[in-house]
Design a protein around this ligand. Structure first.
Ligand code: GRF
Length: 196
């Protein structure tokens, strides 16, 4: 399967997917990386691997759907079958989500359905949670609400800060995201038919 990755920043999950896809038996190939921020450090990393890149400034698209329509045109020009959101910090409109339904996944730094949205590590610490983690899920119109494909748990340790906790979670993100993409690409993970 041909995979495009959407990023907004450093791209460490993107890098994990690129590395995994180098294995000869991996069922997916990374064909392009698209950012909504021209300065995203992940774009240079992708380019250094010889992967096509594009950036689209949302400010250039006064009509919201034109941004997503242009993204879809770029993704289709790469022959994209599957879209991976990896730190893509923009909520996608419903027509885009519908277009890629069942073929678009996201990595989220919490044990969904707990802590949808932002600042997940801070919220877990404020709650005194003893466990935290990350989830890879299908993208559906509700933010961080789609069916989960894989999760990984980490302990919350005494003295943790958002920085130490997020670093522990990130190690697991880099492990489960390539695994979940493998499951989607080889047909082991499917969005429930009721959502189609
Ligand atoms: C990750 O924590 C991811 O879970 C969240 O945004 C962060 C992106 O980091 N959605 P990176 O760009 O993959 O390094």
């Amino acid at each position: 399967a041909k995979v495009a990755i959407l990023i907004s920043g450093r791209g460490s999950n993107m890098s994990a997917l690129i590395e995994a896809a180098k294995a000869p038996d991996y069922p997916a190939e990374i064909v392009g990386v698209l950012s909504n921020k021209a300065a995203a450090p992940g774009l240079d990393i992708a380019a250094s691997h010889g992967i096509a890149t594009a950036s689209l400034a949302q400010s250039k698209f006064p009509i919201r759907e034109m941004f997503e329509d242009t993204m879809t045109q770029i993704l289709e020009s790469w022959g994209t079958d599957i879209v991976c959101l990896a730190g893509f910090m923009r909520i996608l409109d419903e027509s885009f989500v519908d277009h890629w339904l069942g073929r678009m996944i996201n990595i989220h730094p919490s044990l969904l359905p707990t802590y949808k949205g932002l600042h997940t590590h801070e919220r877990a610490l404020a709650d005194g949670a003893t466990e935290h983690g990350c989830s890879v899920h299908f993208v559906t119109p509700g933010l961080d609400e789609g069916p989960v494909i894989l999760q990984a748990k980490v302990p919350v340790l005494a003295g943790d800060t958002a920085a130490t906790l997020s670093a522990r979670v990130l190690v697991e993100e880099h492990r489960i995201y390539p695994e979940a993409l493998r499951m989607l690409a080889n047909g082991m993970a499917r969005i429930p038919a009721t959502l189609h």
